[in-house]
Write a protein that binds this ligand. Structure first.
Ligand code: C2E
Ligand code: MG
Ligand code: MG
Ligand code: MG
Length: 286
């Protein structure tokens, strides 16, 4: 009996796996069409300086408006794009959108674009990205590239070389989801980072008494000691913001201020000084 139910479980599991694999194969076929037919779009999440509640930047986050499946989040298709060799094309699209939007925004506002670890090893990366920035006619300083901690662990020469070359162009570099990987302190020093972004998993339990608060404080101090600007991700409550302000964290991002939103809502934010959650923030209008 136990054996039977065991096999039954396996069969159920197998079928779920099959469906999952089928789904992914479907997505692989569709992603080329998505790029061609303009099904991808970008949302932007404001980055806010904690001390002044001034908007200092935006992060570009890609989404896929799939004709049958609705909106698909990047976590569900970026790795597929990587596997079929299309992540460079996705990034090129997101960067081109971001560059054209940045050109309409006050010069102090930079837009952050996420880079995939796979793409980061590409020999053509810098030529491809710099051409897009140049074509948009904005200064390279308006673009920041985010790379995850796991990406930089692949300390293959090319990754490091590409990051140095992007920085030499004038772009800024951020280490994303910090605290979730295994980068050593030496990595932090060896790579040309301008910003450290603390992963949101550390922020979400700041309210609990046995929380990660001391770790968060240590990460802020570490980043700032190394001369980096520090951003906290996933700031959802005033309580989070208050603790981070006490620790003198530089910037924050999260649902408290605004989820990622469409371009029009960011334009609205600059016109009114109010985020979609109704939060008042200071912004340079010119
Ligand atoms: P990320 O770069 O760490 O982006 C932050 C993620 O946290 C976003 O999820 C954002 O919507 C979410 N988030 C922001 N504030 C809050 C909050 O207060 N609470 C909670 N619970 N979540 C919050 P999203 O848009 O689903 O993106 C997931 C990941 O996909 C990103 O993580 C990034 O690694 C990747 N990604 C997004 N766009 C791109 C892209 O254009 N290229 C590449 N290569 N990766 C991308
Ligand atoms: Mg990011
Ligand atoms: Mg992140
Ligand atoms: Mg994250």
């Amino acid at each position: 009996r136990a054996k039977d139910s065991g096999r039954g479980t396996w069969r159920l599991f197998d079928r779920t796996m099959d469906r999952h694999l089928e789904d992914r194969r479907g997505l692989q076929r569709d992603i080329k069409r998505a790029l061609r037919d303009g099904q991808l779009f970008v949302e932007y999440q404001p980055v806010i300086a904690l001390a002044t509640r001034r908007i200092v930047g935006l992060e570009a986050l890609v989404r896929w408006d799939h004709p049958e499946r609705g909106i698909i989040s990047p976590g569900d298709f970026i790795d597929i794009a990587e596997r079929v060799g299309l992540v460079g094309a996705v990034t090129a699209y997101v960067l081109a959108e971001s560059v054209s939007f940045a050109a309409t925004l006050p010069p102090g506002i930079a837009i952050a674009v996420n880079l995939s670890p796979l793409h980061l090893r590409d020999a053509w990366l810098v030529d491809q990205l710099s051409a897009i920035i140049e074509a948009g006619g904005i200064g390279a300083g308006r673009i920041e590239f985010e790379v995850t901690e796991s990406a930089v662990l692949e300390t293959e020469g090319r990754t490091l070389d590409n990051l140095h070359r992007l920085r030499a162009l004038g772009c800024r570099i951020a280490i994303d989801d910090f605290g979730t990987g295994y980068s050593s302190l030496a990595t932090l020093r060896r790579f040309p980072f301008d910003r450290l972004k603390i992963d949101r998993s550390f922020i979400s339990n700041l309210e609990r008494s046995d929380s990660d608060a001391p770790i968060v404080k240590a990460m802020i101090d570490l980043g700032q000691t190394l001369g980096l600007r520090v951003t906290a991700e996933g700031v959802e409550t005033e309580h989070h913001a208050a603790i981070l302000a006490i620790y003198q964290c530089d910037d924050c991002q999260g649902f408290l201020f605004s989820p990622p939103v469409r371009r029009e809502q960011i334009v609205e934010l600059f016109a009114t000084g109010h985020t979609v959650t109704g939060m008042a923030v200071a912004c340079d209008r010119r």
